[in-house]
Every structure is written in C-alpha cells, then in structure tokens.
Design a protein around this ligand. Structure first.
Ligand code: CAO
Length: 423
C-alpha cells in the first residue's frame, strides 16, 4: 500500500530563514531513503537535507534562493510499504520530518596529493559539489577538480573543503602571481559593540585596488635618509619675505621637486617604467612629477609637467593651483596622467619616516616627513642643522640597492646646496 509523505525542515536549532542553495530532485524522480533532496546554507554551515522516505517525488515546494525555517514543507513523496522502513504505510498521509545533517561540522579534510597549482587540473568531469560551492571555488580561482574528496555526504565537496584546499596550497607557497589569494573573512563586528557602516568613496575604492595590485606585484624596498636643508630653508624664508601677503608662499616641497628631477636627469633608470612583459625598460625623456594630495574624498595625484623646464615661482603657482583643484574635486583625468615619479609629502603634518608604496608603473616614490632642527657633528663641534627625513621606495626589479642609495645621495646633495640645481 502506498502513502503520501510530507517532508519538512526539522528542528535546526533556532535558525530561521535558511538559504536554499540547491534543489536536487524534481517531480517523478525515484528517490532512495537518505538521498539528498536539497542543500541549505546558513552563514555558518551548509547542510544536506536527506529524504526520510523512499519512493516517487510527487511535488517539490522549494527552489534555489528561497528561505526556509523549521517546518517548511520541502516535498511530498509517494512511498510504498516495501521501499520504506521509516515511513508508516498504514497512515494515508504521513508527516515525516527529515533529519538535517550539518555536513560541514566536523570538517573532514581527506588527505590528497599535493597540487601543483590552484588552477587547471584539465578535468572536465562534473565535480561532486553544489553550484554555490562551484561558484565559490571559481571566485577564488580554484579548479574544484583538484579537490579529490569532500567532507560532505558521500564525499560531496563543501565550501570548507575549498577554503582548506586554498589554505593548504598557500601554506605550501604555491601561488600564481597573487591569484587565488583567499579573501579576508567577513566578521560581524556588531557582536562586540555598536558599529556604523560608511561607504568608501569611489576614489578610496579605486586607490585601494591599485595599491593592493602594486603591493602584490612589485618587490619594493624603502631606503631612508636625511637631507640638510638649513641653507635651503633660509633662502625660502627670504624669498617669501619678498612676497606680498596675497602671493602664494613657497613651500619646501617645490625645492624637493626640483632636486628630485635633477637626480632623475643624473640617474635615467629612475625616470623609467618596466614593459608589461618585464623584458624592457622604457626610459622617459620628459620629467613629470606626481604629487600626492590629501582631499576629503581620498588621495589623488595631480601631475606637474616638464618640471625640468620650470622655475621655483612657476612650480609654486602650479602646485597651489593643482592641489586646490584636487581638494575641490575638479581635476580632469589628464591632470593626473603621465607622471614619472610621485612625491608623497606628510611634512606639513609631522612624522619621522614611512614607507610609501610605488605608484606603478612608475619605479620609485619619494616620501617626505617633517624637517627638524638637530645637533649635527661637523668634525669639531655640534651645529644646529635643519634635517629633512626622506624615504625612497623603489621597484627592486629595476633599481638595485646601491643605485637607490646613490640616487638618494644626489637628492641630498641638491637640497643641501640648491646652487647645484643650476648646473
Ligand atoms: N617639514 C617641515 N615643515 C613642512 C614640511 C616639512 N617637510 N612640509 C611642509 N611643511 C610646512 C609648510 O612649510 C607649511 O608651513 P606654513 O603653514 O608655516 O607655511 C605647512 O607645513 C603646510 O604645508 P602644506 O602641506 O600646505 O604644503 P606643501 O607644499 O608642503 O604640501 C601638499 C602640499 C599638497 C603635498 C600637501 O598639502 C598634502 O596634501 N599632503 C598630503 C600628502 C599625502 O596625503 N600623502 C599620502 C601619504 S600616504 O601615501
């Protein structure tokens, strides 16, 4: 005698609105006892929902994307007495509650041969995993076929298996130029106290992406030194004293820009970019300097063009104009293109040193922090000298450590005696 059995979501421990990620049966399917009907997912675990009856599926009441809770009707199954040991055929319609197996707990990681890479096993066979898990693997750049056995029912590959696979490969140090790096886990900070969410500005998001790309692709070294700018500062103060109160004041940054360009003329490999295939150095015959400007919306880098052909006053006016435009959000894309080296100056704020990140495809960036009067030994006595901390980060594929030190020595020499900028 046949009986129609309703299969519902059982007690899943106070969790409501569980996502249905996959439904594996349709009306007319012959199913066995314990066969998986659907895959459910909470933010903590994914669960196979096995059938508590064998027979023919009559109707399915859920689809991927639905949310279910305890007691939600999953399907009806027409079960014969012979096929069923669990169902009670004497009852014409029976309410059967399917046990839910939390397949991700405990996570069973089966030993597997050491993979050469995360991707590309060459296999085209369908992996034993739900579409959601396959998508998750694809997003991480993992070829799911490389995961030979999963911790789920009948070896089904689960999200945790993919995560563990990535962790294992990363631990072995097998990466492909940064691809497949696992993303940071999402943390619900509200469990620790009050929080507020703030959307990042577009500039911040794009800058963040670019900085991460540079960080992952460039082997960078930062070299620190100090320049004696005592005389330069006296000259700057004297120049500003000649200006009327409406004139734009000259800051030390303009001298640093000139000194940097003179050093670039002396060391052409700093005014260069590596070709995309890494085979050639492209040397530039123009001298454009990017200036990192702090704005309410984030960091932008306007470019001062042909600095080698401009004097201190012209550069002062241009720096003021471009940094004002930057703060008002009025820079055009062309204002920010074609830079050769960037300067990031925090000198107006403070600091003793930092490690700026190269604005690739440039090969170096000069960081500046606050100048400070210091006692400097001249061989006979300590003299008060105004010392300017400088930080040079360079792409080590292009610049050797010695070249970096020589380049910095040249900048120091120009700043130490600005008459040399005329030579
Ligand atoms: N040592 C001591 N004083 C310094 C100094 C230094 N290295 N650099 C600047 N100052 C002084 C200036 O002389 C000026 O003094 P007064 O107010 O007495 O005239 C004051 O600090 C403010 O200078 P400034 O910052 O307005 O001008 P600037 O030409 O030095 O810099 C700009 C212009 C646009 C670079 C700067 O305003 C700015 O935005 N800096 C932030 C850069 C940034 O965000 N970098 C990113 C870091 S992370 O990648």
């Amino acid at each position: 005698m046949a009986a129609l059995i309703e299969i519902k979501v059982p007690d899943v421990g106070n969790v409501a609105d569980i996502d249905v990620v996959d439904v594996l049966v349709k009306p007319g399917d012959q199913i066995k006892l314990e066969q998986t009907l659907a895959v459910l997912e909470t933010d903590k675990a994914s669960m196979d929902l096995p059938s508590s009856a064998a027979g023919t599926v009559q109707e399915v009441f859920i689809k991927p994307g639905d949310k279910v809770s305890e007691g939600t009707l999953i399907a009806t199954v027409l079960a014969s007495a012979e096929e069923n040991s669990v169902a009670k055929p004497e009852q014409p319609v029976q309410e059967a509650v399917a046990p839910v197996a939390p397949v991700s707990e405990p996570v069973v990681v089966k030993p597997e041969p050491l993979p050469e890479t995360l991707t590309s096993s060459g296999s085209t066979a369908a992996a034993h995993a739900t579409p959601a898990v396959r998508l998750f693997a694809r997003e991480l750049g993992v070829d799911i076929h490389k995961i030979t056995t999963g911790g789920g029912r009948k070896g089904r590959i689960l999200k945790d298996d993919v995560k563990n696979f990535v962790k294992k490969v990363m631990a072995e140090g097998v990466t492909q130029s940064g691809s497949g790096i696992p993303s940071m886990p999402a943390v619900d900070f509200s469990q620790f106290g009050d929080i507020e969410e703030q959307k990042l500005s577009k500039i911040k998001r794009l800058t963040g992406q670019n900085l991460s790309r540079v960080w992952l692709n460039l082997p960078m070294v930062t070299y620190h030194d100090e320049a004696d700018i005592t005389e330069m500062e006296a000259f700057r103060v004297a120049l500003n004293a000649e200006k009327s109160k409406d004139d734009v004041k000259i800051t030390g940054l303009v001298f640093i820009i000139k000194a940097l360009v003179s050093a670039m003329e002396q060391f052409p490999q700093f005014n260069a970019s590596l070709s995309a295939d890494g085979e050639k150095l492209i040397l530039k015959k123009y001298f454009n300097i990017g200036i990192a400007v702090d704005t309410p919306n984030g960091l932008v880098v306007p470019v001062l063009r042909d600095v080698n052909r401009k004097g201190i006053n012209e550069l002062t006016a241009e720096l003021a104009e471009k940094s004002n435009k930057a703060r008002l959000g009025k820079l055009m894309p062309a204002d920010m293109q074609g830079g050769c080296i960037t300067i990031s100056s925090l000198g107006g704020i403070g600091g003793t040193a930092f490690t700026p990140i190269v604005n690739a495809p440039e090969v170096a960036i000069l960081g500046v922090t606050r100048a400070k009067m210091q006692p400097v030994w001249n061989g006979k006595e300590f003299m008060p000298r105004l010392m300017l901390p400088l930080d040079l980060t360079y792409d080590h594929r292009v610049i050797d450590g010695v070249e970096g030190a020589r380049f910095m020595a040249a900048i120091k020499q120009y700043l130490g005696d600005i008459r040399r900028l005329l030579l």
